[in-house]
Design a protein around this ligand. Structure first.
Ligand code: NAD
Length: 343
């Protein structure tokens, strides 16, 4: 049985990754290291921690703490790493960037150093297409390829780009078996409701409006989280050390088109359901991913189509109201009011 350290495994994508591997019976023991920041939620994996204690272990701790990370290898026997832990919300990085530098840059460096000293066998660093910056809207043929130079535009994407540079350097300098993935916008179950899709869906369920930035014409590629998790698993198993793999949903849409779909699916309309708000500063206009390399070299491609996966996603939030209603109070409300005040 392989023992894998999963950082940030109580967050959105990390929890989906853990659930996928445990539920389908992969021959793995997963050790989740998570600080449980506002975005971490043990409720995302609690049922599996209780039912599969020999295959899933949780440790509350900070990736910036070298002793804690070292114990993952010495005490829990981890030999491979999948690194999800991060401060992940662009809007929060605009309010304050220092936690982003601390976790995303310093935390990644600590993790790399410990993994190097313990001769970790595989290390997948989960990054983002946002490191590439923004694409022109009038040239749909241009997409982000792995060779596209990094040009991050937000404190969040700058911190992820810095962590990518460290990962690259540890391959070139120390020949560490590291791989990097850069994916587009994820959606699906267990996503913290400050992010666009769960925010839109749960606001409508609460009789509130969808806050739509600027003219709503920003374009993103949308990737169903289950497809993303399968891609990461593929890279962990078959990826080549030192390589970057772009992961996309093959599904470019404007924010207006996304909102339109959600309104329709939830029986609402533009007048009742949408409020235009002042645009995010430095808002990237278009992201689009060329995911040809991972298809050609590792045989992965997305299996979910947006129009069916969004229905499943909406249904999940309808069926799990306790989960998101518990989050959308207290600290979250304070953040929401700061974020959208006067917009
Ligand atoms: N969500 C997306 O659409 C998306 C897109 C591209 C890339 N990514 C990347 O995927 C990864 C996971 O994203 P997510 O959406 O699941 O994020 P998330 O914010 O939902 O979860 C992050 C998790 O990391 C934990 N964490 C934060 N700081 C930590 C620290 N110092 N030590 C230990 N744990 C810590 C949090 O408690 C949380 O459980 C991130 O690296 C992010 O940059 C996400």
């Amino acid at each position: 049985m392989r023992t894998i350290l999963v950082t940030g495994g109580a967050g959105f994508i990390g929890a989906n990754f853990v659930r996928m591997l445990i539920e389908r019976g992969e021959d793995v023991k997963l050790v989740v290291l998570d600080k449980l920041t506002y975005a971490g939620n043990l409720g995302n994996i609690n049922d599996l921690l209780a039912s599969q204690p020999e295959r899933l272990v949780f440790v509350k701790g900070d990736i910036c703490d070298g002793d804690v990370v070292q114990a993952m290898f010495d005490d829990h026997g981890c030999r491979e790493v999948v690194h999800f832990a991060a401060e992940s919300h662009v809007d929060r990085s605009i309010l304050s960037s220092s936690p982003f530098i601390q976790t995303n840059v310093v935390g990644t460096q600590v993790l790399l150093d410990v993994a190097k000293s313990k001769n970790a066998e595989r290390f997948v660093h989960v990054s983002t297409d946002e490191v590439y910056g923004s694409l022109p809207e009038d040239k749909p043929e241009i997409k982000f390829a792995e060779e596209t130079p990094m040009a991050p535009n937000s404190p969040y994407s700058a911190s992820k780009a810095a962590s990518d540079c460290l990962v690259r350097a540890y391959f070139h300098t120390f020949h560490m078996p590291v791989m990097m993935t850069r994916c587009s916008n994820n959606y699906g179950p267990y996503q913290f409701p400050e992010k666009a899709l769960p925010l839109f869906i749960t606001n409508l369920m609460q009789g509130m409006k969808i806050p739509l930035y600027g003219d709503g014409l920003n374009i993103r590629d949308w990737l169903y989280v289950e497809d993303h998790c399968q891609a990461i698993w593929t890279v962990l198993n078959k990826g080549k050390a030192g390589e970057v793999y772009n992961i996309g949903g093959n599904n470019e849409m404007t924010n207006r088109a996304i909102v339109d779909t959600i309104l329709r699916e939830m029986g609402s309309n533009w007048d009742d359901g949408v409020q235009y708000v002042k645009d995010r500063p430095g808002h990237d206009r278009r992201y689009a991913i060329d995911a040809g390399k991972i298809k050609r070299e590792l045989g992965w491609e997305p299996r979910h189509r947006f129009h069916t996966a969004i229905k499943k996603t909406i249904q999940w939030y309808k069926d799990h109201q306790d989960w998101w209603r518990a989050i959308k109070n207290g600290e979250y409300l304070k953040y929401y009011q700061t974020q959208y005040a006067g917009r």
